[in-house]
Design a protein around this ligand. Structure first.
Ligand SMILES: [Zn+2]
Ligand SMILES: [Zn+2]
Length: 247
């Protein structure tokens, strides 16, 4: 059996979640969690990315909550966006000092670093859906871009690998194992799939199961993620937010 003590991927009104930070924390306490991370969408998202200037405010809000609320640790993270083929993300060095955890994922509707990156990250992935040759090229480029990002930045978690883009999960898992980056089994989107968890776990990478809640009521909702991990036969000691000695 798998029991999780932390939810490291939750959204608030700072991006397009429904609850504020305190409401997310209260929901996590109700679910019996010991840790929660507030990880809104990175600033590069066109319509609802968190503002660079909000990190300081969020940090202060979380520091106050941590003093006030006992029994749970609140962390500040961000779900950064991949913005270039070279592995750039939409987080500045000066933003990092406010963050406890850095998550990164591929999302559409993000401002790319250059025209070349717009083609590689977005147009090619659209064409990849209909052209097998573009699909092959996009898969190589996507995988390389993700690996470049984890080698360039200290990324703790890659969110929903494989969502919206084709990735060589085995190659990504091998690089993530080296950089100490966990691959997320996302309980909202259903990525990673059982098949990919099985392939990735052979590379020695660690995993994390998150809710990706956009509403406080979904925090700690890990049903789908736990099911995937169990079906793949993933050992508990490979899941960073799992209670290790729980039966
Ligand atoms: Zn996401
Ligand atoms: Zn998310």
């Amino acid at each position: 059996m798998i029991k999780l003590y932390a939810d490291y991927h939750t959204h608030t009104v700072y991006s397009h979640g429904k609850g504020n930070i305190m409401e997310n924390v209260e929901a996590a306490v109700e679910k019996g969690l010991k840790e929660i991370c507030i990880s809104d969408h990175g600033p590069g998202h066109f319509s609802y990315g968190v503002k660079h200037s909000s990190f300081k405010e969020m940090r202060e809000e979380i520091d106050v909550i941590n003093k006030k609320v006992t029994g749970i640790k609140v962390l500040l993270g961000v779900e950064a966006n991949l913005t270039s083929m070279d592995g750039d993300i939409d987080i500045r060095e000066e933003d990092k000092k406010y963050l406890d955890i850095l998550l990164m994922g591929y999302h559409t509707a993000v401002i790319p670093k250059s025209i070349r990156d717009a083609k590689g990250l977005y147009f090619d992935n659209l064409w990849a859906k209909i052209s097998p040759s573009v699909h092959r090229k996009a898969r190589l480029n996507n995988t390389r871009a993700m690996i470049n990002a984890i080698n360039k930045h200290h990324i703790d978690i890659i969110t929903h690998p494989g969502l919206n883009i084709t990735i060589d999960t085995v190659e990504l898992a091998e690089a993530a194992a080296k950089s100490g980056t966990a691959l997320e089994i996302n309980s909202s989107h259903g990525f990673l799939t059982v098949e990919y968890v099985k392939a990735a776990m052979k590379q020695g990478v660690n995993f994390v199961i998150n809710s990706d809640a956009h509403n406080p009521r979904d925090i700690g909702n890990f049903t789908k993620g736990i099911q995937t991990a169990q079906e793949a036969g993933l050992p508990v000691d490979r899941i960073i937010n799992a209670v290790k000695d729980w039966e």
